[in-house]
Design a protein around this ligand. Structure first.
Ligand SMILES: *[C@@H]1O[C@H](CO)[C@@H](O)[C@H](O)[C@H]1NC(C)=O
Ligand SMILES: *[C@@H]1O[C@H](CO)[C@@H](O)[C@H](O)[C@H]1NC(C)=O
Ligand SMILES: *[C@@H]1O[C@H](CO)[C@@H](O)[C@H](O)[C@H]1NC(C)=O
Ligand SMILES: *[C@@H]1O[C@H](CO)[C@@H](O)[C@H](O)[C@H]1NC(C)=O
Length: 429
């Protein structure tokens, strides 16, 4: 069920980042190997020394390909994270990496929330020496529950430029802001509440200056790192849903039993769907519907929007999306990673096409009060996954501690309790 998304494989022993190359490539161009020394793989990063924490009580010192140019093409980076007493690294995702965290000092309450529709919270209290994994693209957090002692962790990430999206900042602090109409409906609160949240103008909370700088610089050149399902190793590997063997994706059906119907579904994607209370319905055709999609790295969806309906802010942890408007008008947008959290938005008309890069928070809104809209979206995974932000953050089962969320969203615990008590309807599986 868990497709691999990862940085591109290296095609040589190393490709040290040439930061002075005028050529923009995925990642960085390679420095001529004759100039490469051990120092290109080294940084006196002082990861043993405590960092000053910010107002949510944490500081992430990320060492990625910008600090250690030898990391270019090698698909890994590392961070030290400091937590004050009661400090937290608020709910965030890494669009391009799985994270493995080791506690060096203190105690951490950590957790991640799975994709729709379950939005299950997997949480755990970690002690010194404990290790925990946060799967690629899922919303996660760490909180130091000790009111007296700080905590420290080392996190390794499976990308030279994992990116970080702090949920509160990207959703309520994007520049320019996401329409309060979109957010009011997505978070089931009044527009006034959204305006108030947006006026907090949250600063990137997990970003140290180093993190900001490196992320921003890297983002310039490696904004579109490739994340993709594993490449197929044969013409096809039709999903054998009855195999007792659990593999990444599905085991292959014996090719002698494969027919054209394994690549087919009478999906009736031409017919309108009933929309839910936020005014949309996503009909996803993935490997569960078409077993022939197994190992092929693609899936497709029809999305229906009622007048003023929306597909609320969400991410696909394992896919880039390319959307085509079939009927009506859509106001769409995505927000970039920390620290900029820039909103790229656009009004699309019938026939227009728009791309949402892997793992970034995005939305679609039908601004027309009278006409519905329809789109077809293709996604670069057999199982892209969907994380509706409001549902995963406020509707996880069991709930995320209200202490963690109150600090992350800069609101009172009462507001969080109220939000958690709402019914978070899923439009999207
Ligand atoms: C993180 O720690 C460094 C070193 O102590 C400090 O210079 C920086 O301001 C801190 N960042 C934040 C966001 O607090
Ligand atoms: C989601 O929850 C259902 C019902 O509890 C369970 O059967 C299913 O295995 C869960 N799916 C995942 C991916 O955890
Ligand atoms: C982030 O913003 C800074 C300042 O406006 C700009 O120089 C930089 O190019 C931006 N980075 C990205 C990735 O957009
Ligand atoms: C989506 O549409 C289908 C077909 O009209 C319907 O059965 C389903 O309940 C709808 N889902 C939601 C979430 O509204």
């Amino acid at each position: 069920m868990y497709a691999i998304a990862s940085d591109p494989n290296p095609l040589q022993d190393f490709c040290v980042a040439d930061k002075h190359s005028p050529v923009l490539v995925n990642g960085f161009a390679c420095l001529d190997p004759k100039y490469v020394t051990a120092d290109h793989f080294f940084k006196a990063a002082m990861l043993d020394t405590p960092r000053k924490t910010n107002k949510v009580g944490s500081n992430v010192t990320l060492i990625n390909a910008k600090q250690i140019p030898g990391l270019n093409t090698l698909g890994i980076s590392i961070a030290r994270i400091d937590y004050t007493p009661l400090g937290e690294n608020p709910p965030h995702t890494h669009p391009r990496a799985t994270e493995i965290l080791t506690v060096l000092e203190g105690t951490l309450y950590v957790g991640f929330v799975t994709s729709n529709s379950n939005n299950t919270l997997f949480s755990k209290v970690l002690n010194k020496g404990d290790v925990f994994v946060f799967p690629e693209g899922l919303i996660h957090f760490q909180f130091n529950p000790n009111p007296h002692q700080p905590a420290v962790a080392i996190a390794a990430l499976s990308s030279q430029n994992p990116g970080a999206i702090t949920i509160a900042n990207a959703v309520f602090g994007s520049k320019p802001p996401i329409s309060d109409k979109v957010l009011a409906k997505a978070f089931q609160v009044e527009k006034g509440t959204i305006d108030w949240l947006q006026a907090q103008n949250p600063k990137p909370k997990m970003a140290s200056p180093s993190f900001c700088l490196f992320t921003a610089l890297l983002a310039l050149v490696s904004w579109q790192a490739i994340a993709s399902d594993p490449s197929p190793l044969q013409d096809f590997c039709v999903a054998d849903k009855h195999s007792p063997v659990l593999v990444n994706g599905f085991a292959c059906l014996d090719p002698k039993y494969v027919t054209a119907d394994h690549f087919f579904k009478a999906a009736m994607l031409h017919t309108p769907r009933k929309t839910n209370k936020i005014g949309s319905n996503v009909t996803l055709i993935n490997v569960m519907q078409i077993p022939g999609l197994n190992t092929l790295g693609i899936s497709i969806a029809r999305i229906d929007y009622a007048p003023l309906g929306q597909n609320p802010p969400h991410t696909h942890p394992r896919a880039t999306e390319i959307l085509t408007v079939l009927e009506g008008t859509l106001h769409v947008g995505f927000v970039t990673s920390n620290p900029n959290n820039t909103l790229f938005s656009k009004v699309l008309n019938k026939g227009d096409v728009f791309v949402f890069p892997v793992g970034l928070i995005h939305f679609q809104f039908n601004p027309n009060p009278h006409q519905p809209a329809v789109a077809i979206a293709a996604l670069s995974s057999q199982n892209p996954g969907v994380i509706t932000i409001a549902n995963a953050v406020f509707g996880s089962k069991p709930p995320i501690s209200d202490e963690v969320l109150a600090k992350a969203f800069q609101v009172g615990k009462g507001t969080i309790d109220w939000l958690q008590a709402q019914f978070w309807e899923n439009n999207h599986y």
